[in-house]
Ligand binder design. Structure first.
Ligand code: ZN
Length: 490
């Protein structure tokens, strides 16, 4: 994590940053919001277009029902209140990738309002308000490279024009770059769980603009804000906000006025640049879209959409803690993505002791996946294999050391656990005589621990088990070792 220079650390005792975020999420409909063109990413330029999304005169938009359902699901997951009636509006501006000369969006009557996201901050949880979530259409793309005369020309690809977006606007409740980062991480997690967007930042399915201002601590009135646009990773957004806070404090300290403007972040240089003075809402000449009737999502439809919502991360964590007797921390790690949580639950249900599965996933699986650069879905060890390995340790058939070796082999050969286990099935020492010999030696070599055990400190048996396992190179049968040790130590 980047840290602020010492000067701004002290400046932060004097000034308070105020941050609001606007996130655009592309909804995973197969067709566009107002026509039946495909939304598939990566097609040849200008092949997914029709009179409606090209904005040809006389073409009429027809609202995509699925887009409404997806946006409403997202709004519900973000604790928003759904407005039964919302109004589409024209946002007028000229830009080469916007052939109609206006964008159909929602203005004073959005689809949903008054939501929140809870984020973890030092000392507990904090609610970040969500002002609104509204539906709108995406614009096309200007291309500056990748075609023949790109040196002196810009090309336009209108495939993206009309792709449905949910715009999620936060309240200016965020007070630090870290809180902004947390908010975005949580937002993405929730949206991914709903499945209404893939939130893929490289493909532009999730985009974020940040409004940043600073004010003297104790002052109620907000300072003048700058909007930072088009930053393409959460880490860069955090860095950009940090830079911007610094820049504004320095300017104010030098007696300058902060301009209301749009700024772009340059990740290589780690700084923001002024792009243009920021438009005010009245610059867009919003008016109700005459070609679309008011959008009505009545109680009945809301109920039906509510039923489509899957279990969300917070609720899932609570249930998993109860169902599998795992810790809050386990639940936090295991629900980091829906895929991981799904896989864990599959294994946990199949195994005798779900808590052991939780430990194995965190202790043996995740690190190896990370080292191999694999996603959970690509794990060589299947969830069935995971459950099997947990049961083998649980029953004492294999030691945790042998389990580690088998996992190493599974990952090295990209094989599932049962395959490796069948082939390498470790020869365990189950010969009582041989084990007794090892145990006698260890008891003889550790008189102090024997004394402690006999004085009543029975937990020290763990030490002896460890010594026996070590001496047997992990091949002693653990439950047999326990039994024999108990007898020998009396
Ligand atoms: Zn179209």
């Amino acid at each position: 994590m980047a840290t602020l220079p010492a000067t701004s650390q002290s400046a932060l005792t004097k000034y308070e940053p105020v941050i609001g975020l606007e996130v655009h999420v592309q909804l995973l409909t197969t067709t566009k919001i107002f026509c039946s063109c495909s939304t598939k990413f990566g097609a040849a330029p200008n092949t997914h277009v029709c009179p409606v999304c090209l904005g040809l005169p006389g073409a009429l938009p027809v609202l995509n029902e699925k887009a409404v359902e997806f946006a409403t699901q997202a709004a519900m997951a973000l604790n928003c209140r759904i407005n039964e009636t919302s109004i589409f509006a024209r946002k007028n501006y000229f830009y080469p990738d916007l052939p109609k000369g206006y964008q159909i969006s929602q203005y004073d009557k959005p689809l949903a309002e008054h939501g929140y996201i809870e984020i973890a901050v030092a000392g507990g949880m904090k609610k970040i308000g969500i002002t609104r979530l509204h539906l709108e259409e995406d614009a096309g793309k200007s291309l500056h490279e990748g075609f023949l005369d790109a040196g002196d020309k810009t090309a336009i690809d209108l495939n993206r024009t009309g792709t449905p977006l949910a715009e999620i606007v936060s309240e200016p409740d965020i007070r630090s770059p870290e809180e902004a980062y947390e908010y975005l991480t949580k937002l993405k997690e929730i949206i991914l769980y709903t499945g209404v967007s893939d939130c893929n930042m490289e493909e532009g399915s999730l985009r974020c603009d940040a409004n940043v201002s600073v004010r003297p601590r104790g002052q109620e009135k907000f300072g003048t804000k700058a909007e930072i646009k088009n930053v393409n990773s959460f880490r860069f957004i955090r860095d950009a906000i940090e830079y911007e806070i610094d820049r504004q404090i320095e300017a104010i300290e030098a007696g300058e006025r902060i301009q209301q403007e749009t700024r772009l972040y340059n990740a290589q240089e780690g700084r923001t640049y002024s792009m243009r003075s920021k438009e005010q809402a009245h610059d867009y000449r919003y008016f109700p879209e005459p070609d679309l009737p008011p959008l009505v999502v009545n109680a009945q439809w809301q109920e039906a959409i509510g039923k489509m919502l899957p279990e969300l991360p917070e609720a899932r964590r609570k249930r998993m803690i109860a169902d599998y007797a795992i810790t809050e921390y386990d639940a936090q790690v295991l629900t980091a993505s829906k895929a991981l949580a799904d896989q864990f639950e599959e294994a946990a249900k199949a195994a005798k002791n779900p808590k052991r599965v939780a430990n194995l996933v965190q202790g043996e699986l995740m690190g190896r996946l990370k080292a191999a650069g694999l996603e959970i879905e690509q794990s060589p060890v299947s969830m069935k294999g995971m459950a099997m390995s947990a049961d083998l340790v649980e029953s004492g058939a294999i030691s945790s050391k042998i389990l580690k070796d088998l996992y190493d082999k599974a990952f090295a050969g990209r094989e599932d656990f049962p395959t490796v286990y069948e082939r390498e099935k470790p020869q365990q020492i189950t010969d009582v005589g041989a084990l007794e010999k090892i145990i006698d030696e260890i008891i003889a070599a550790n008189p102090k621990q024997v004394e402690q055990y006999r004085a009543g400190k029975t937990t020290i048996i763990g030490f002896f088990v460890g010594q026996v396992m070590k001496a047997s190179k992990g091949q002693a049968k653990p439950d047999l070792v326990n039994e024999l040790l108990g007898k020998k130590l009396g």
